[in-house]
Design a protein around this ligand. Structure first.
Ligand SMILES: Nc1nc2c(ncn2[C@@H]2O[C@H](COP(=O)(O)OP(=O)(O)OP(=O)(O)O)[C@@H](O)[C@H]2O)c(=O)[nH]1
Ligand SMILES: [Mg+2]
Length: 382
């Protein structure tokens, strides 16, 4: 693994592989002899000129929709495997310069991979730059810097692209290099002009001055501009055995923002264990348990009522204030009187709560309350 790494990206046929050869100082990369695409995979080689530097050549970019996805996938795998990526070189053909949609696409993708300070790690290299010719032309038309027009146009364009992708501030500059990267011509290594050699030396030392690009975003996906998770909770309730059972299930799906900004979604999928809660339905107490409660209350009362420990059987009806053939009125009066005393003591609370408690204990509220009132009136008199 090299200490410093430079990756070269650009449109097909721009001269990326030739530039990589120049940076390596040796013919190591596959250079096309025709207009046909030549490099189909991302290749790393160590520079002969400076063995501390690794050079990464990439396939020519053909379209913005990423139809050659496997090339991108392989490239991403290599980029992610690099410990240090110091410089991204955007190669543009000086004589036919365009920041095509495929370069924009590639840059946007790298911005997603390296969302922080990527502009500090980008350089633009203009290939097919004939220094001698450009100088003569500049002299003729009295132009100081023949490369100025290109700098003025493409630096802001690249910065704007970075800004749109990462939100990074754009009030800085990007270094530019102008050279003739033809390295192999008719099978022979071409002697390079001094200007090109100087630019290459400067480009290599600029790369070494860069610290590795921070923060690789592992979630960056070549297929989509953005991939986000969305969650949803679905509730399902059912009544079973006098209980309400609620099942809460979490679902997850992916929201994909494509490179043309259209949105697509994956299917919803269950995630995690469902959460199950149970709640007893209070007012739907079963008849059996209702009567059992009532009987228990009456028995409890009988135990307390030591003075009247005769017949329990008729209490159900006497408590409710109705006539009973099995129970003497005296028994009823005594029990109701004791209940009234307990009401006065506050054991049966007040208002609606009292009504409910008396009813639950099996007494008729009106009957008991009448006794309570007369007892209270009698107390007042005394
Ligand atoms: N005159 C001149 N020719 C160049 C320059 N750079 C590349 N070429 C020639 O352009 C052709 C394509 O160069 P490559 O280096 O293979 O281009 P590439 O960008 O790697 O192409 P793909 O891998 O297909 O994307 C070759 O014939 C090179 O010799 C340059 O700066 N000046
Ligand atoms: Mg190539």
């Amino acid at each position: 693994m090299s200490l410093y790494n430079i990756i070269v990206i650009g449109e097909t046929g721009t001269g990326k592989s030739s530039l990589c050869d120049l940076l390596a100082g040796k013919h190591l990369f596959q250079v096309s002899d025709s207009a046909e695409s030549c490099t189909f995979e991302t290749i790393c080689n160590r520079s002969e000129k400076d063995p501390e530097i690794g050079i990464i050549d990439t396939p020519g970019l053909q379209d913005s929709k990423g139809s050659d996805k496997e090339h991108y996938d392989q490239m991403v795998k290599i980029i992610k495997s690099l410990k240090n990526l110091n410089l991204i070189v955007v190669a543009l053909n000086y004589t036919n310069c365009r920041l095509t949609s495929s370069i924009q696409y590639m840059l946007k993708f790298l911005c997603m991979l390296f969302p922080k300070n990527i502009s500090d790690h980008i350089a633009i290299v203009f290939t097919h730059y004939d220094d001698e010719y450009e100088r003569k032309k500049a002299k003729k038309y009295k132009i100081d810097d023949p490369s100025l027009e290109h700098k003025k146009k493409y630096i802001p364009e690249v910065l704007k692209l970075i800004h749109n992708s990462t939100g990074e501030e754009v009030n800085k500059s990007i270094p530019t290099f102008f050279l003739d990267s033809e390295y192999i011509c008719n099978g022979n290594i071409v002697e390079k002009d001094e200007h090109t050699l100087m630019e290459i030396t400067q480009l290599l030392s600029y790369a070494k001055m860069r610290s590795p690009i921070p923060t690789i975003n592992d979630k960056a996906n070549i297929k989509y501009k953005k991939e986000e998770e969305e969650f949803e909770e679905r509730k399902e309730s059912k009544e079973e055995n006098n209980k309400i059972i609620t099942i809460i299930t979490k679902y997850k799906r992916f929201k994909y923002t494509n490179y043309d900004d259209s949105i697509t979604y994956s299917d919803w999928e269950k995630t995690g264990e469902p959460k199950i809660t149970e709640k007893v339905i209070e007012n739907k107490q079963s008849d059996v348990s209702k009567y059992l409660d009532l009987a228990n209350n009456i028995l409890g009362l009988l135990n307390k009522n030591s003075s009247s420990n005769e017949n329990n059987g008729g209490l159900f009806s006497s408590k409710l204030g109705s006539d009973s053939q099995d129970n003497s009125p005296d028994d009823n009066d005594s029990i109701l009187s004791k209940i009234a005393d307990r009401v006065i003591k506050g054991e049966f609370k007040v208002g609606d709560e009292r009504k409910r408690m008396l009813k639950e204990a099996g007494y008729d509220y009106e009957t008991v309350q009448k006794i309570v009132n007369s007892k209270l009136a009698a107390n007042k008199k005394n």
